[in-house]
Design a protein around this ligand. Structure first.
Ligand code: ADP
Ligand code: MG
Length: 728
C-alpha cells in the first residue's frame, strides 16, 4: 500500500471550503495598505509630497533631506498600521521577489529603544545578495549589490512589513534585476513617442506604456501536490498517464467555479484590494483545475510589480486554503498549459490611447502611425521577441497545440488588413487634393466605425491587435512580465525614432507636407512588414511551412531562441537606447542559459529518482504477485497451468520489458548528463541538455506511464492524474 498517496487522497477528500467573510466593500478597502497619494497627503509635509509626486510623474530626483521627511511619514503610517519591519522589495533575476526585513526598532542605550527609519534607509540599502544570479557582473570581491528606491511604484504593507519597491544594481551600476532595464525602456519609449506625438498634438508631454496581464494558473490540493516529488521539486508532473477524462468535454471552461477554489479567490482578491492590485476578472480556464485572474490595466512598471506581488500572494493565500498554486507553463501532459497574456498599449498624458482611433482624421492618422510602427517593430524584431519569452518551462507550451507556436506573427483582423492594403497604394511623393480627401474620408476616416464592430478574435496568434491594444499571448505564466515589456517598449522606441528621422527627411528634403510624409513612410512600412502579418490559423502545420518561406524564425527550444539576445543587432539596440549595455545583455544571456541548464538538470535527477526508486520497485512487487500466482496455478494444475496463467505470464514479461527500458534509459540519461556537465561553454552545455538529456525524458516517461496502466492501483506510488486534476 502506497501510504503517502492514499494518505494525501484521504486528506484532500475531507477538505471543506474555508469560509471567507467580506465585511467591507471592495472599493472601501482598495489600497488601504498602500502608501498612495491620499495617504501621502496625510503623512507627508507639503514639500515631501510634491517631491514624491514629481519623481513619480516626471522621474525627478529626490533630495536627501526631503527623503528624511518622506521616510518619517512612511514610518508613522506603517507603524499606525501595525508594521514592525521594513524591507526593500526587489526582483532579482531568479524570477521571484526578494526581501530582507529589518526592524524599525533600535536600542538607544540605557535599556531604551525607539522606532527608527531614516531617509538613507529608504533610499538605498546593501543587501548581502551575493548569491543572486549576476552572470559574471560581480566578482566575489565586490560581490555586493545595492537596492535603490523606485518612487514610481508605491510602498505597501504586507503582513507586518513595510515593503519598498526598489531596483537592484551592482556597485558598478549594472542592472541585476528585471526592473532597472524596464524603467529605462519605459523612458526610451516615452521620449520617442512624445517626439512623434508632436506631429499631431504639441501639448503632449509624456507617453506611458500600459500593461494589463492575464494570469493563468492551476490549483492542486497541497497534500496531493506534496505526494508528488516531481511537483514539489520541478513544479510540474514529469510522468503520469492521461486520465480517462481530460478537457475534451470542455466542461470546466467558464463553468461554475468549484467551492474551495472560489473561497481561495475571494480571499486572494481581498488581499489584492488591500494592496491596491485592481483584480477584476476571475474564471475557470480550459483545463480541469485551471483558472485565470486579470486586473484592470495599469502603468507598465506598476503592473509588473503588481503581477510579481500577486504571484507571491497567491502562494501565501493558497496555503491557507490547502492548495498549491502551479505557475508552471505545462504542469500536466495532455491538458492545456498556462500563459500570461500581456495586453500592451501606449497612452498620452492628455488621456489618449495611441492604439485607439479617435474622432478626427488627424487623430486617426496618429492611431495609424503608432499602429503601423508597432507592427513594423515586431516585424523587424520577431526573433528577439521570441527570445524574450524563452524558458525551459515555456518550451513545453510554444508549439504545443493549445498555445501560440514558437513563431511570432501579428494578427490585426480583416478590416484593418483592408485599410493597410489601401494605404499601400498611396502615391509616392506629393498627394493631389483629391487623394488627400479620399484618404481622409474613405480610409483613415472609416477606421473608428470599422473598429467599433470589429469582433475579430484570433486566439491562435502570438501577437494580436484587439481593438485598442496589442495582446502578446505567448508570455509564459511563470514569467516576470518585465522582460517582455522591456523588449516591446525598446523596439517600439527604436522604431519611433527611425520613423521620425524618415518623416523629417521627407519634409525637409522632398518638401512634402507633414501628412504626406507620414503617409509615404507608413506605406513603405506596410510593405516591409508583410512577413509578420498573418491572419490564418497559427496552430496549423501549414503555417510553419509558410512562416519558413517568409523567413520568420521558429526557434522551438530555449538554447536556440536565446541566441537572438546576443546578436550584434540586439546588443546594439539595447545599448543605443540606454536600456542595457553589452555587459548587461551578455550577463542576462548567461543567466538565462544557466537557468535553463539547471532546470533540465534538476528535472533529469528527479525523473531518474522517481523512475528507479518509486516506479521500478513497485513494478517488481507487482510482478512478484503475478509470479506467485502463476506458481500457485502450476501447483494446482501441473502442466495445464498455462491454460489459466498465460495472461499473467505475458504481463510478467511485459513488466520486465518496461523495467529494462526504464533502467537502461535512466543509465543512459545519467551518462549524458555527465558528459554535458563537463562542457565549459555555456551554449554548448545548454544544447547538450536540450538535445541529449531532455529527449530521454519522453522515453522514460513512456514506459513508466505504461506500467501505471498495468500495475495494481492499490500499490501504485504516485498520485494519479485523475486525482490531481479532478479533486475539487
Ligand atoms: P480578453 O482578452 O480576455 O478577451 P479583455 O480584452 O477585456 O479580455 O482584456 C483583457 C486584459 O486587457 C485585462 O487585463 C485588461 O486590463 C487589459 N486591457 C484592456 N484595455 C487595455 C489597454 N488599453 N491597455 C492595456 N491593457 C488593457
Ligand atoms: Mg485568457
Amino acid at each position: 500500500m502506497s501510504t503517502l498517496r492514499f494518505y494525501a487522497l484521504k486528506e484532500s477528500l475531507n477538505r471543506k471550503p474555508i469560509k471567507i467573510e467580506e465585511v467591507e466593500r471592495r472599493s472601501a478597502i482598495f489600497g488601504a495598505n498602500v502608501f498612495n497619494e491620499d495617504t501621502m497627503r496625510q503623512y507627508l509635509t507639503k514639500e515631501a509630497f510634491v517631491s514624491v509626486m514629481d519623481a513619480t510623474q516626471n522621474g525627478s530626483k529626490i533630495d536627501r533631506h526631503v527623503a528624511d521627511h518622506i521616510s518619517t511619514g512612511m514610518k508613522e503610517w506603517a507603524i499606525s498600521k501595525g508594521a514592525t519591519h521594513y524591507t526593500h522589495w526587489f526582483q532579482p533575476l531568479t524570477g521571484t521577489t526578494a526581501e530582507k526585513h529589518d526592524a524599525f526598532f533600535e536600542p538607544i542605550g540605557n535599556g531604551r529603544a525607539i522606532e527608527k527609519f531614516g531617509g538613507g534607509q529608504l533610499v538605498q540599502q546593501e543587501p548581502d545578495a551575493s548569491s543572486f544570479p549576476n552572470g559574471g557582473i560581480r566578482n566575489t570581491f565586490e560581490a555586493r549589490g545595492y537596492t535603490a528606491w523606485d518612487p514610481t511604484s508605491p510602498a505597501f504593507i504586507y503582513g507586518t512589513t513595510l515593503c519598498i519597491p526598489t531596483v537592484f544594481v551592482s556597485y558598478t551600476g549594472e542592472a541585476l534585476d528585471y526592473k532597472t532595464p524596464l524603467l529605462r525602456a519605459l523612458q526610451a519609449v516615452d521620449a520617442a513617442a512624445v517626439d512623434v506625438c508632436k506631429y499631431f498634438d504639441k501639448n503632449i508631454k509624456k507617453v506611458n506604456a500600459a500593461l494589463g496581464w492575464e494570469q493563468e494558473y492551476f490549483l492542486v490540493d497541497s497534500a496531493l501536490a506534496a505526494s508528488r516529488p516531481d511537483i514539489v521539486l520541478t513544479g510540474r508532473t514529469m510522468l503520469g498517464h492521461s486520465p480517462a477524462k481530460g478537457q475534451q468535454l470542455d466542461d470546466h471552461y467558464f463553468g461554475t467555479i468549484p467551492a474551495r477554489a472560489m473561497q481561495f479567490m475571494r480571499d486572494l482578491e481581498t488581499e489584492c484590494m488591500l494592496l491596491g492590485i485592481p483584480a477584476k476578472t476571475r474564471h475557470n480556464e480550459v483545463a480541469p483545475n485551471q483558472f485565470e485572474l486579470a486586473p484592470v490595466f495599469e502603468e507598465a512598471n506598476l503592473a509588473v510589480d503588481h503581477n510579481s506581488l500577486l504571484m507571491d500572494l497567491m502562494h501565501k493565500v493558497a496555503e491557507r486554503h490547502n492548495f498549491k498554486v502551479l505557475f508552471h507553463e505545462k504542469p500536466y501532459k495532455g491538458v492545456n498549459g498556462s500563459g500570461k497574456h500581456n495586453n500592451w498599449s501606449l497612452s498620452t498624458d492628455t488621456g489618449v490611447n495611441l492604439f485607439s482611433p479617435g474622432k478626427t482624421p488627424m487623430s486617426n492618422l496618429q492611431f495609424l502611425t503608432f499602429f503601423i510602427n508597432a507592427i513594423k517593430s515586431v516585424n523587424d524584431n520577431e526573433e528577439l521577441i521570441r527570445a524574450a519569452i524563452a524558458s525551459a518551462s515555456n518550451d513545453h507550451r510554444l508549439g504545443a497545440n493549445e498555445a501560440p507556436p514558437a513563431i511570432v506573427s501579428v494578427f490585426i483582423g480583416e478590416q484593418l488588413t483592408n485599410v493597410l492594403n489601401e494605404l499601400q497604394n498611396v502615391t509616392n511623393g506629393k498627394l493631389s487634393p483629391e487623394e488627400k480627401t479620399d484618404l481622409k474620408l474613405n480610409v483613415v476616416g472609416k477606421i473608428p466605425e470599422i473598429l467599433l464592430d470589429n469582433t475579430d478574435r484570433n486566439r491562435t496568434s502570438s501577437f494580436a491587435f484587439t481593438g485598442n491594444k496589442f495582446e502578446f499571448r505567448a508570455v509564459g505564466s511563470k514569467a516576470n512580465c518585465a522582460h517582455p515589456m522591456t523588449v516591446l517598449n525598446t523596439i517600439m522606441a527604436r522604431q519611433l525614432i527611425d520613423f521620425k528621422i524618415e518623416v523629417d527627411a521627407l519634409i525637409k528634403d522632398k518638401k512634402l507636407k507633414k501628412d504626406e510624409a507620414i503617409f509615404n513612410v507608413l506605406r513603405e512600412y506596410i510593405k516591409q512588414s508583410q512577413k509578420v502579418l498573418f491572419e490564418g490559423n497559427g496552430y496549423g502545420e501549414e503555417w510553419e511551412i509558410e512562416a519558413k518561406k517568409r523567413g520568420l524564425s521558429n526557434n522551438k527550444t530555449t538554447p536556440e531562441a536565446l541566441k537572438a539576445k546576443i546578436s550584434e543587432k540586439a546588443l546594439k539596440l539595447f545599448e543605443d537606447l540606454g536600456v542595457m549595455n553589452r555587459v548587461e545583455s551578455e550577463a542576462r544571456y548567461e543567466i538565462e542559459m544557466e537557468d535553463y541548464i539547471m532546470r533540465i538538470q534538476i528535472e533529469s535527477r528527479v525523473l531518474g529518482d522517481i523512475a528507479r526508486n518509486h516506479i521500478m520497485p513497485v513494478a517488481v512487487r507487482y510482478q512478484n504477485i503475478l509470479i506467485k500466482n502463476v506458481k500457485g496455478l502450476k501447483e494446482i494444475y501441473g502442466d495445464d497451468f498455462k491454460k489459466f496463467g498465460q495472461e499473467q505470464l505475458n504481463l510478467i514479461e511485459e513488466i520486465s520489458e518496461h523495467i529494462a527500458s526504464i533502467n537502461s534509459n535512466v543509465t543512459l540519461m545519467i551518462n549524458k548528463r555527465k558528459i554535458a556537465n563537463k562542457i565549459i561553454e555555456i551554449d554548448k552545455k545548454a544544447e547538450a541538455y536540450c538535445f541529449e538529456v531532455k529527449p530521454l525524458f519522453d522515453d522514460i516517461r513512456y514506459h513508466c506511464d505504461k506500467l501505471e496502466l498495468l500495475v495494481d492501483d492499490e500499490i501504485w506510488p504516485l498520485t494519479k492524474y485523475r486525482e490531481l486534476l479532478f479533486t475539487k
